[in-house]
Design a binder for this molecule. Sequence first.
Ligand SMILES: *Cc1c(COP(=O)(O)O)cnc(C)c1O
Length: 376
Amino acid sequence: MKNILSLPTPCYVIDEKSLIHNLEILQYVEQETGCHVLLAQKAFSTYHTYPLISKYISGTTASGLFEAKLAHEEMPDKQIHVYSPAFTDNDFDELLTMCDHIVFNSFSQWKHFRKKALQHPEIEFGLRINPEYSEIETDIYNPCFTNSRLGITLANFEENELEGISGLHFHTMCEQGSDTLQRTLEIVEQRFGKYFRKMKWINFGGGHHVTRPDYDVEKLINCINNIKNKYSVQVYIEPGEAVALNAGWLVTSVLDIIKNNMDIAIVDTSAACHMPDVLEMPYRPMIIGSKEKNVLPYTYRLGAPTCLAGDVIGDYSFDKPLNIGDKLIFTDMAIYSMVKNNTFNGMPLPSIYLLKSNGETQLLKKFDYSDFKRRL
Ligand SMILES: *Cc1c(COP(=O)(O)O)cnc(C)c1O
């Protein structure tokens, strides 16, 4: 941690050791099942680590043209998959030059692009189905909530339009265990199982928290092998979070300490700008050496140097009083952070460092005023 505390703040630090630990687990899943694991770049696309990632898993998936291009440039020797709720004509032409799998969200998109698609026998085309079953309780993250646009429901499934389609894709999970997958697969099979036999592959989407310490990896392996053997299909999973779970920190400095009924520390990072899921999810990120409020003797509310009243990261207690200049380390900050951050309020973007397995830190990216100005 000493290395990290000497870095200029704010900064994200990717922990190579933890990344490798996660990748070893995902590689084990591939080895035990013959399935393919793809990095969902939406969660983590700090491409400097792609050469490392590519040593362990089969490739990447993209949410659209830009992520696919990034994979094409930075992990070109591995599989590139793409799914989007709707492709534009221009994007589709370019995707045809770089993707191995293209997944459509509707039969109308499939029919619109089918003629072009079928001129590319080297590419496999799939459809995202919506099994109308998800255990996610937050609507904003639930692809199966009422009137969802994501995936084709059974009522809208046009079984006579499957020529040229080689796979089905579902994505209905978020930070969940393999028990959820098992229950989901039962429903998916009940509703769409009759089409599985016509397919070469089934993609189980993301949301599998495979690298969380209490995740039942053996159950995942059973689920995959079961579908694979029963229907003679290849299985894909495309976790985002699980690849870089607990594999990064956000380091911040205390800028000021003030009082309004309670002690408030203003830090040089922002929930709204640097860890938007804190407000969107919402959740309370962990800080090394801290506990819930009022557990240790000194409690502070941590807030950002922005004008947004609600840009509060949370309340934390410490065993010593905080001082101006102190550094704090937020954990699990590799995922959905660098990919989602922004310069609202003219906030600077945190630099990105890699903490290598040998203990050295390497600066990957540094940002400045021009990054703010260029986008406006
Ligand atoms: C978000 C998403 C993923 C990755 O989800 P994680 O929760 O990060 O594992 C995979 N596939 C699709 C289609 C997604 O939308």
